[in-house]
Design a protein around this ligand. Structure first.
Ligand code: AMP
Length: 215
């Protein structure tokens, strides 16, 4: 079996990060995620590109999309050095999807389908370790000691864009820009839509089967 080229699509909070980490581990591929890459480069100077803001930070905190030119360059660079990969968080609009088509060929396109109510609960209750990035949830996935990371003892914080106003905007941006991307990939030979409203292990069983079947 060759190293699979996997695209994982779904709304913010659908579980793309969790499932991608398992895919990377099980299939030995790279996890390429624009959200993490941008969070690590929030204050990158993009003033020479003449956009509304001078860094990605302002777009991200509001839950808006960072300009395509910035994100396309990140993905192109990451994919050029990966044999197999799981691509998570990109493409988020049809222009990015077109750009991706010129960069690589996809074997499997997974869609994690989750209801809006569930997404809101997951995102607004999410807490993240400030040091190592491990995710928790105030109700569904509590740490042993409130506010403290089980993995490294770091402080658990709420991402700026997980505040209710920003969550609403991110889901609206998803409906408007990213849902058409999912419709677009519906015709791909490797397209599989998975019920993502379930627990991570149940979703994982379907994710693994879908990759095995299309690779
Ligand atoms: P995520 O962690 O995937 O929810 O991404 C967090 C934020 O990063 C998003 O709300 C956007 O502001 C930005 N971002 C991530 N991926 C993209 C993308 N493909 N296009 C534009 N902005 C993105």
């Amino acid at each position: 079996m060759s190293d699979p080229h996997v695209l994982i699509l779904g709304a913010p909070g659908a579980g793309k990060g969790t499932q991608s980490a398992r895919i990377a581990d099980e299939f030995g591929v790279e996890h390429v995620t624009t959200g993490d890459a941008l969070r690590a480069n929030k204050d990158m100077d993009i003033s020479d590109m003449d956009f509304e803001y001078d860094t990605p930070r302002e777009y991200m905190e509001a839950g808006d999309l960072v300009p395509d030119a910035v994100v396309n360059a990140i993905v192109e660079e990451a994919l050029s050095s990966a044999d197999g990969y799981v691509l998570d968080g990109y493409p988020r609009n049809l222009e990015q999807a077109e750009e991706l088509e010129g960069m690589t060929e996809l074997d499997v396109v997974l869609h994690l389908d989750v209801s809006r109510d569930e997404l809101v609960d997951r995102l607004t209750g999410r807490r993240v370790c400030d040091d190592c990035g491990t995710n928790y949830h105030v109700e569904f996935d509590q740490p042993e000691t409130e506010g403290v990371c089980d993995e490294c003892g770091g402080d658990l914080v709420q991402r700026e864009d997980d505040q209710p106003e920003s969550v609403k905007n991110r889901l609206d941006v998803f409906d408007e820009n990213t849902q058409p991307v999912i419709d677009h990939y519906g015709d791909h030979d490797g397209f599989v839509s998975i019920d993502g409203d379930r627990a991570p292990d149940a979703v994982w069983a379907d994710v693994r089967d879908a990759i095995d079947a299309h690779n």
